[in-house]
Design a protein around this ligand. Structure first.
Ligand SMILES: Cc1cc2nc3c(=O)[nH]c(=O)nc-3n(C[C@H](O)[C@H](O)[C@H](O)COP(=O)(O)O)c2cc1C
Length: 377
């Protein structure tokens, strides 16, 4: 692929400019200390992506409080000075290597499977999560049944996101990504079968997206106008890959429309294959459609259509042709790679030079757990 491809052109995101449109997707690597402090190994790991040409790195999910937010043991946090200083080392090193870096901030809610602070979990409602805890992060057996979070606890959840975003700014991060995807707390509120509340946070799609909007607005207010913030959104979840929004495009309109007015600079959408139509066509649409209609739109295109902010797309975009197409079709402004980046920390440099890419090898990189391996760096 030639260097003139739009993929390699710089782009403005919030108040920063990226060297190119290719980012590393957030990936938990359970490699911090038990106390949630980032390590020197993590400095080398994140810096290697910057050296490999990625314009943006989004960190693994970082917990936001010393209560219910931590998802797994050895998950890093950003809630005290020691953790902030440790992240600063990573941020400085990534900057020296020429890339920008965002902190992904997450509350695990009912999917917490390893929290050193508190044993029980909270969620929108007392609904046991589907599936089993992830062995990748050393979980075992069924998820616990969460306790329904009180309004006081939801204020604390919002404060956790706010305080962590402020610490991210202090540590020198170029922005934050609020984790609203993949089945974690904010997505539990968005999802009809995990949110059975009858208060202002439950019921209609607009009410279920309310907490995500309140978190986004509170973070924006706390960090000021000139710090880049965004949110990650998905339909699928780590414990239910195939979930689709029941209201289809109508839901997308409400969700992205609401988030588009919440002070965010970007929406990062993740799907199994980013370019696929977001929703299966129903028969009525097939019978009446002529050519490309709205039901063909990918989740990225829907985020752009209704959110009207910068869109980052993720999901099996490691094939450079697919990555280029989704950008050139204007469905997304930036793409991120997860497994493709793990297999090729220098994906950008390789593609620019036309060198072959390595296949992702799960046995090699992620087994027996997701921890960073020395040979990876
Ligand atoms: C080891 C691993 C850890 C992940 N951890 C996170 C995470 O902390 N936060 C998040 O939003 N997504 C996480 N993901 C999902 C990725 O960001 C990405 O959405 C997924 O790998 C699909 O993209 P890909 O097809 O490019 O790999 C993780 C994925 C992997 C493989």
């Amino acid at each position: 692929m030639t260097e003139t491809s739009l993929l390699f052109k710089n782009v403005t995101l919030g108040n920063i400019t990226l060297n190119n449109r290719i980012g590393v997707a957030p990936m938990a690597r359970v490699s911090a200390t038990f106390e949630g402090v980032a390590t020197n190994q993590m400095v080398s790991y994140y810096t290697s992506f910057a050296r490999g040409g990625f314009g943006l790195i989004i960190t693994e999910a970082i917990y936001t409080d010393d209560k219910y937010s931590q998802g797994y043991f050895n998950n890093p946090g950003l809630i005290n000075d020691e953790q902030t200083q440790a992240w600063k080392k990573i941020v400085d090193s990534v900057h020296q290597a020429g890339a920008k870096i965002f902190a992904q901030i997450m509350h695990a809610g009912a999917l917490s499977q390893g929290n050193r602070f508190i044993q029980e979990t909270i969620g929108p409602s007392a609904v046991q999560p589907k599936g089993k805890q992830m062995e990748l992060y050393e979980g075992k057996g069924l998820y616990r049944i969460p306790r329904e979070a009180t309004h006081q606890e939801l204020s604390e959840v919002i404060n956790g996101f706010v305080n962590t975003a402020k610490r991210a700014k202090t540590a020198g991060f170029d922005g934050v990504e609020i984790h609203g995807a993949n089945g974690y707390l904010l997505d539990q509120f968005l999802t009809d079968y995990t949110n059975k509340r009858t208060d202002k946070y439950g019921g209609s799609t607009k009410s279920r997206v309310r907490l995500l909007v309140e978190v986004s607005e509170a973070v924006r207010e706390a960090v000021g106008e000139h710090f880049t913030i965004g949110i990650r959104i998905s339909q699928g979840k780590v414990n239910n890959y195939n979930h689709k929004w029941a209201g289809k495009e109508k839901d997308a309109e409400i969700i992205f429309g609401q988030l588009g007015h919440a002070g965010l600079d970007f929406i990062h959408v993740t799907e199994y294959e980013a370019w696929q139509p977001a929703f299966p066509k129903d028969e009525a649409t097939i019978l009446t459609s002529s050519g490309l209609d709205n039901s063909d739109l990918s989740l990225a295109a829907l985020a752009k259509k209704y959110g009207k902010v910068c869109v980052i797309a993720n999901g099996h975009l490691e094939d450079p042709i697919k990555a280029r197409e989704i950008i050139e079709n204007r469905e997304a402004d930036i793409i991120t790679l997860g497994k493709g980046a793990l297999a090729n920390h220098d994906w950008v440099n390789k593609v620019k030079k036309g060198e072959p890419l390595a296949e992702f090898n799960e046995e090699k990189v992620l087994r027996p757990n997701a921890r960073i391996k020395d040979f990876e760096i």
